[in-house]
Design a protein around this ligand. Structure first.
Ligand code: WT7
Length: 670
């Protein structure tokens, strides 16, 4: 394995940045070590102590128990709770009733550059509105515990309210990222057999309107399980409506009694809150199941430890609710804590590059959860857009989604945080439900290292291991694993929706004889035990922090009439971290030319998603394969990066590589 680096920058293992004067929440450095040691000696007891801080309708009988399928666990079995109760009712019946829960800013701006629409919604109001949505779903469409529904929505308050309404009823939901095509929406909805889709008429994106209903209608052609569509008016544009199937939410709400409430369903701790589809190495996206009790426990712990969240904070994470970050750290985590949460509909650099910082200043954001890609995109604009704004309200900055290169870290630390905010890189993934490896400003701020993820959080045993699952020495690259179950892990009944075998094979079969959860990431540990995740070790891409499978992009390409075979690999990109490029073999009768190249890119954009569009398409006559017919993407990556090919003993036909090289050299990637 090559030397660990992030975007060509070497890792500063020995750098230690301390924040003198940082006031951490509760424990002293010595206590923290004791707390950490205790949590690792008895993770179950330490997680139970965290879980006790939530509200349970019934206490659990056991902290951790096995379910029927291997590696599927019940956390807090016997316990009953409800996530919308945790996020709303608790606060609405306390002094927080009139505290602002959500501050929403729409994308359009006025002549002076200020936002045209801002909504501030209190916990009391939010509870009322969530009750109304839940009433509609229950009374009009008969949804109840155990049913499934899908959400395809822009970032508006109703999106978060809809998730909480589903949770209130015990209806398991799936959110499909609104940048995904009708086909992607359909396959997820069909897999989950959702009965209802909740969507909006559209959204604003970079000054243009994006319409949703036609996409949803197209998806509905392939999803017989869907009986009804609920539409939320965002743009106020006319939509094609099918009588008896499609309804506008506001019209249904107006038919409700003035006081429409739904008792929060007391669900078992193991009850599936949601299923989120994420890209794997092969096949269709995998539906990861998250439970209720374990998940809520992990969110509660990490909101305190990782973000140091307090009642006077204004918290902003610009993630979309289509991704797990938007579930855990926009919709649920901060509301469980009773925080004030900013959400923003639009693009972070629209209409001006300083939109980000204008929002931080406008609402006095104190906790900011960002991404390396967004940071690098901002760096490109220089310091002026940042310096123009008073960012003194900021006190904690965290990053997520992909490795952060040390120079991007430094930019956040010195310029954005004025060298006085902790800056960290929280490592986790859709499957883990919440943060697993991170700096912990709310517990104990140990010295920061630019680009490092830090230590595993208390109660989580993680390590870097070699091919055989043996711990590797500091400084050596290996695979990141989680050694024991954690709350928030993929939950009952099957870990992966409808596919317990694939769940076990994907995550628990890599190191035979060990119960390690295989994350698919390369990482290295330094002399201080700090973990540095360096990137994916499998065929999964992280494009601008978004997770895509090479296989998914290849499938999209070969569904084009001119393509017979395709191989997609990721190459480093200075802003997006990595971008896909595609090597494509054409069908007989199609000639390679610039138009076709453009067409294939457009095809991927429209039939799958704009985020998956290859940065370049290279036409070749054959792909490098092993004798058994497996595509050797490693060689294509080496060609694109101009690196040595390495071992080519299994390569079937060497001309395939020279051909790829020639195609790449002629065109390159601009
Ligand atoms: C993959 C998971 C976690 C929510 C958003 C992404 C990469 C994530 C970091 C980080 C280095 C990171 C990993 C991981 N990743 N955070 N702080 N440093 N890499 O969730 O879409 O499920 O992707 O994102 O490669 O496996 P996801």
């Amino acid at each position: 394995m090559s030397e660990p680096e992030i975007l060509g920058e070497s890792l500063p293992f020995d750098e230690r940045i301390e924040l003198s004067g940082w006031k951490h929440a509760s424990v002293s450095a010595d206590d923290y070590k004791a707390y950490l040691a205790k949590s690792l000696a008895d993770p179950e007891a330490s997680w139970a102590a965290v879980a006790k801080e939530l509200h349970w309708f019934r206490h659990w009988d056991s902290v951790l128990s096995r379910d029927i399928y291997p590696h599927v666990y019940h956390w807090f079995e016997g316990g009953l709770l409800n996530l919308s109760y945790l996020a709303l009712d608790r606060h609405a019946s306390s002094w927080r009733r009139n505290k602002v829960a959500l501050i929403w800013e729409g994308e359009p701006t006025d002549e002076k550059g200020g936002p045209r629409e801002v909504r501030k919604i209190t916990y009391g109001e939010m509870l009322r509105d969530v009750n109304r949505i839940a009433s509609v779903l229950q009374r009009k469409f008969g949804l109840r515990k155990g049913d499934r529904m899908a959400v395809y929505m822009p970032l508006i308050p109703e999106a978060i309210m809809t998730l909480l309404a589903a949770a209130r009823l015990g209806v398991t939901f799936t959110v499909v990222f609104s940048g995904f095509s009708a086909e992607s929406l359909a396959s997820r909805v069909a897999d989950l057999e959702a009965k209802v889709i909740v969507t909006a008429d559209g959204t604003y994106r970079r000054g243009k309107t994006v319409l949703f209903k036609e996409i949803v209608d197209k998806a509905l052609e392939q999803t017989p399980s869907v009986k009804n569509v609920v539409l939320i008016r965002r743009l106020g544009v006319p939509c094609p409506m099918k009588e008896g199937r499609d309804y506008f939410l506001d019209e249904l709400v107006s038919e409700l009694p003035a006081r429409a409430t739904v008792e929060p369903e007391k669900v078992e701790s193991g009850h599936p809150l949601y299923v989120l589809y994420t890209s794997g190495t092969t096949g269709k996206p995998k539906g990861i199941i998250h439970d209720t009790g374990g998940y809520a426990t992990l969110l509660h712990a990490t909101m305190k430890w990782v973000f140091d969240i307090r009642d006077d904070d204004v918290y902003w994470c610009p993630a979309d609710i289509g991704w797990v970050t938007g579930h855990s750290y926009v919709a649920f985590g901060p509301l469980i804590e009773g925080a004030t949460v900013v959400i923003f509909e639009g693009a972070l650099d629209f209409p001006q590059p300083d939109r980000w910082w204008a929002i931080v200043e406008r609402y006095g954001v104190s906790i900011f959860y960002t991404t390396p890609t967004a940071t690098r995109a901002q760096m490109k604009f220089g310091e002026e857009p940042v310096r123009k704004h008073d960012l003194s309200s900021l006190r904690v900055i965290q990053s997520v989604g992909e490795p952060i290169n040390p120079s991007a870290w430094r930019w956040l630390f010195t310029l954005v945080g004025n060298s006085s905010c902790p800056v960290g890189s929280t490592w986790w993934m859709t499957e883990t439900g919440g943060v697993m490896v991170s700096s912990l400003p709310g517990l104990q701020l140990i010295p920061m290292k630019p680009g490092s993820n830090g230590l595993p959080i208390p109660g989580v045993k993680a390590d870097i291991v070699d091919e055989n699952g043996a711990s590797v020495a500091p400084g050596k690259k290996g695979f990141l694993v989680i050694e024991t179950p954690w709350p928030g892990m993929p939950g009952p009944p099957t870990g992966m929706y409808g596919d317990p075998e694939r769940f076990e094979k994907q995550y628990y079969s890599r190191f035979p004889g060990k119960d390690y959860f295989f994350c698919g990431d390369y990482a290295v540990k330094d002399m201080d035990g700090y973990i540095w995740v360096a990137g994916r070790a499998d065929e999964v891409l992280k494009v601008a922090g978004h997770r895509l499978g090479t296989y998914e992009i290849e499938s999209a390409i070969v569904s084009h009439r001119a393509a017979s075979e395709a191989a997609v690999v990721a190459i480093p990109d200075a802003i997006k971290g990595e971008v896909p490029i595609a090597f494509v073999v054409l069908r007989q009768g199609h000639e390679p030319d610039e138009n076709l190249r453009k067409e294939v890119r457009k095809w991927v954009r429209e039939s799958f998603s704009p985020i998956a569009e290859p940065a370049q398409v290279f036409f070749v006559n054959k792909l490098p394969k092993t004798r058994s017919g497996k595509i050797m993407r490693r060689l294509l990556r080496a060609v694109a990066e101009g690196k040595p090919l390495g071992d080519v003993a299994t390569l079937e036909d060497e001309t395939s590589v020279s051909e790829a090289k020639k195609a790449y050299e002629e065109l390159g990637v601009k």
